[in-house]
Write a protein that binds this ligand. Sequence first.
Ligand SMILES: Cc1cc2nc3c(=O)[nH]c(=O)nc-3n(C[C@H](O)[C@H](O)[C@H](O)COP(=O)(O)OP(=O)(O)OC[C@H]3O[C@@H](n4cnc5c(N)ncnc54)[C@H](O)[C@@H]3O)c2cc1C
Length: 329
Amino acid sequence: MRYDVAVIGAGPAGSFAAEKLSSFGYKTLIIDCKKKKVCAGILTSQYARRYGINEVFVERELKGVRISFHDITAEITYRRAIEYSINRESYDSYNLGKAISAGCELKKDLVLSVDEKDSFVDIRTKKEHILSGYVVIASGVSELSSSFGGAKKYAFCVQQRIDQKPEDYFEMELQGCGYSWVAPKKNHVLKGTSSTTGYPDIPGEKGLIPLEPARKTFSKRALLAGDAAGFVSPFEGEGIYYARRSGELAAQVLSGAISGENSLGIYEKSWKKEFDFSILKKLSMLLSNDIIKEAFVREIRDNEKFNKLVEAILTKEKKVQIKDLSLII
Ligand SMILES: Cc1cc2nc3c(=O)[nH]c(=O)nc-3n(C[C@H](O)[C@H](O)[C@H](O)COP(=O)(O)OP(=O)(O)OC[C@H]3O[C@@H](n4cnc5c(N)ncnc54)[C@H](O)[C@@H]3O)c2cc1C
């Protein structure tokens, strides 16, 4: 066998899985076809608190968020936690560099199919066949992830670069069946719009955000991580944190499987213990109603207690609970 584990995809899910596996001493390969990535590049305070931030990829520190609906705008200025706007390309290459430094081998190639046998995995790429003991499918939203039963429901996004003066706030405008955003970068902004019913008819680059986890995130010799598994907060589209964390969890579970301590099945238990998307899904479903949207933004603007509650939810200092949702109904 050439590799203990092959990781497909060098986004945050794949790079952090590969870095951890290599640091455990496993012969690890990461394969990436360098697909163009569309992302607003906001790292939340949940991410910053757990992992810290490296100035190599930071473009701007954020002071807060502006949320609007029609002509009502509410501003939340964070008290402690700060979010960061990053350069997504630098972030990805920094993380991949760390995986390679930890001993992981890199192949720039397109994976066409993955065939799980009893005792190994046969990975067919554009250039060759690769044999590996296990595989991590971290190929984001892609045909390969779908063929492995990955995420099925998506938000359709279009985003473009606008050369306008950036401010230190992430702006979010709630709309019919989605929202628009302005993400400030160093010297420009990224403006995007999402919809659950199809790509908005506006110019820009297209991307998909998974809306719910895949039904099954493990099989005999494979684990799905990050977007491939549908791990994105359905409320504000945060996926980078969940990609990194699920990559790490996948590496731990695989390490246990290789040493015969556990089966791959415990992967689902471990991510379910940490990621609770159901309450965030309820919140985003509530906000699909225009009357509730207006009440929500008005409350944030006029009610200090509610403003602080939303701040705590957005900065993940507070876990959302059902009773919190009743405040806006
Ligand atoms: C418009 C938009 C804005 C977003 N903004 C934010 C944000 O501000 N903050 C946030 O936290 N999240 C955001 N997200 C979500 C975030 O981008 C993803 O959740 C995150 O990138 C998932 O990481 P990943 O490692 O799972 O997959 P990805 O980062 O998508 O990486 C997958 C990798 O797999 C490779 N690949 C794919 N198929 C193959 C194949 N067949 N063979 C070999 N390689 C392959 C690709 O080249 C790619 O490098 C946004 C998403 C969109 C669409």
